[in-house]
Design a protein around this ligand. Structure first.
Ligand code: MG
Length: 314
């Protein structure tokens, strides 16, 4: 698809908004002022002053507003509102692989990482099924949505169980590196799964700086870099990340329930005091040697649980 970018004052942009009022879309991308879809051109204006014209009629449409030859060449990326990453301005409407992880801050339970591919044609359906930022959804709702989307959306789920997590951590690997390896691998699986289709972008919910991410991958045989973007709060930027997050949460919750069954009582998510009590009880009832199977040992909760165990049960 061809595109043209013009740079306009905010006053001019408001004038344009008025001109396109019959074609305005409700959906405005991050950092956007308005978005309009005429029969031949998608017009998106940003607070930065950039106005993007996309589609078969984009040149004719852009020429109404200025000399397109004299203006900036078509750009592929644009700083989003917070300026923390360079994202294609229309990213939320592209076909995207999104990836996210769950469980990194939970003392009990594994880390689950999911990369999921959402074709742009699936976006309305996923919205209909309730896919959105999982922070707005409770676990029951997440499970319901996950069950509906798991057969629609191609994805890869990687689960890092605590035995392995603790071994890697003990060997000196940071949690950030573990997550990076998992994201890179999950993205690779999805790229293979959807072949010959290629995503228009890959969006990772940012958990570390891009430089650090690639530093972690420097010894990997396969490193996915093409069209890879990082953003915090990426769940709200593209439904592929929201879907990945929901699927990762679903897997995490299922595993968590299994751990509760194994423990013989309901264990708690997070890393608060209740978690220390759960771990102390687990030491009491099953022995300290079972801990590496259930928890991330290097969390401060381990020492607290040991102390609690002595206080409560000895
Ligand atoms: Mg995340």
């Amino acid at each position: 698809m061809s595109n043209v970018v013009l740079v306009k004052s905010l006053m001019k942009i408001n004038e344009m908004k008025n001109y396109y009022k019959a074609y305005l879309s409700e959906k405005i991308p991050t950092g956007g002022v308005f978005s309009a879809k005429t029969p031949t051109c998608q017009v998106t204006a940003y607070k930065s002053g950039k106005v993007l014209f996309q589609g078969s009629g984009c040149e004719a449409e852009a020429e109404k507003w200025g000399d397109i030859k004299a203006s900036a060449p078509a750009i592929k990326t644009n700083k989003n509102e917070k300026g923390q990453s360079h994202l294609p301005p229309n990213i939320s409407s592209l076909s995207v692989i999104g990836s996210d992880e769950v469980g990194t801050g939970d003392y009990f339970g594994p880390i689950t990482v999911v990369a999921a591919y959402v074709d742009k044609n699936q976006i309305p359906l996923l919205k209909e099924l309730g896919v959105q930022d999982s922070k707005n959804l409770n676990d029951d709702k997440i499970i319901k949505i996950a069950k509906q989307i798991k057969d629609i959306v191609p994805y890869s789920l990687l689960t890092l169980h605590n035995e392995k997590y603790n071994k890697l951590q003990k060997s000196g690997m940071s949690q950030g590196k573990m997550k990076t390896l998992l994201h890179n691998k999950a993205i690779g699986h999805v790229l293979n799964k959807i072949q010959p289709t290629e995503p228009e972008a890959i969006l990772i919910d940012e958990f570390t700086k891009k430089e650090t991410y690639y530093q972690h991958l420097k010894n990997e045989e396969v490193i996915h870099r093409d069209n890879v973007f990082f953003s915090t709060k990426a769940e709200g930027i593209h439904l592929a990340v929201a879907a990945a997050s929901i699927l990762a949460r679903y897997a995490f919750v299922q595993h968590f329930d299994k751990l509760s069954k194994e423990a013989g009582f309901t264990i708690t998510k997070g890393a608060g005091h209740k978690v220390d009590e759960n771990a102390a009880r687990l030491i009491h009832e099953k022995g300290i040697e079972v801990l590496p199977h259930f928890v991330k040992l290097h969390f401060a909760n381990t020492e607290k649980a040991k102390k609690l165990y002595v206080q409560k049960y000895k």
